[in-house]
Design a protein around this ligand. Structure first.
Ligand code: MG
Length: 267
């Protein structure tokens, strides 16, 4: 009887773990340099960390930063029909479903940026269908925005994941409706004149004061269920925010160049 109970428990646990591992894919390509497939359903989810209350929230922009949103208007952004058609109210802007992605008018090289975002307070959908948006660095590398507060999804699609490539080290998500902060430091990939890659793109992401990635490589542009070739580009680009149909909010966005060491003109 005791043995049967143990077996029954074991069977129940294995069903549970199979369900837990069931979000994601097993028919996708291998991620270059990793043992996982794209959106691998067996890739472990990051441990949950409860973040501190207000790390970098409403942080004022440094003097040399370009303010991309000061709570008032979307004049620094453009949309598919020219103007950015997202809704501005109460010091934030919100995705308008179907209005399409919006992108900064200006382009940037290597940068540090600050951005705050909130998943909808009305929880709807699951996995990748809950509070999905995204921040595309240079319009090509997505740092995922997703409500992962008690929401199971595949590891490389977690909030702060380098989508389809790297799961974040931790899940530092705030509850739905509360603003999160991302502080992102990005260095673009470089190619020589013959078109050979000489430097991988690298990113550091801090989510509510918790490091999710430190100088991790984007080995190519972001795709969905695929691996895209890392084609050369100028190393300059805008910031694109994703309309994934969910009413994600953004506020307090600024960006500044990384700069270089030992510049004589600084004297
Ligand atoms: Mg997304």
């Amino acid at each position: 009887m005791k043995t049967r109970n143990v077996l029954g428990l074991t069977a129940a646990l294995s069903v549970l773990s199979a369900l837990a591992a069931g979000v994601g894919y097993d028919d996708t390509p291998q991620i270059p340099g990793q043992k996982w497939k794209v959106h691998d359903k067996n890739r472990p989810n990051p441990p949950v960390v409860t973040p501190a209350a207000t790390f970098s929230h409403s942080a004022p922009a440094p003097s040399d930063a370009t303010v991309l949103f000061d709570g008032k208007d979307l004049s620094a952004w453009k949309g598919k029909d020219g103007t950015a058609g997202w809704k501005v109210e109460n010091g934030y802007f919100e995705v308008v479903k179907g209005a399409g992605d919006i992108q900064t008018k200006a382009e940037f090289g290597d940068f540090q940026m600050h951005i705050e975002w909130a998943a909808p307070s009305v929880v709807k959908g699951d996995s990748q269908g809950r509070g999905n948006s995204g921040i595309f660095l240079h319009g090509r590398h997505e740092v995922q925005v997703l409500d992962v507060y008690n929401n199971k999804t595949y590891a490389d699609g977690q909030a702060g994941g380098l989508y389809g490539m790297w799961a974040p080290l931790y899940n530092a998500m705030k509850p739905p409706g509360e603003f999160n902060s991302y502080d992102i430091i990005f260095e673009a990939a470089k190619w020589d004149t013959a078109g050979n890659l000489t430097k991988q793109a690298a990113v550091t992401v801090i989510h509510n004061g918790v490091v999710l990635h430190h100088k991790q490589n984007f080995t190519g542009p972001t795709g969905h269920r695929n691996v895209l070739p890392n084609t050369p580009y100028s190393g300059m680009g805008g910031i694109r925010l994703q309309d994934h149909g969910d009413l994600v909010r953004y506020r307090n966005i600024w960006i500044r160049p990384l700069g270089e060491y030992d510049r004589p003109e600084a004297h």
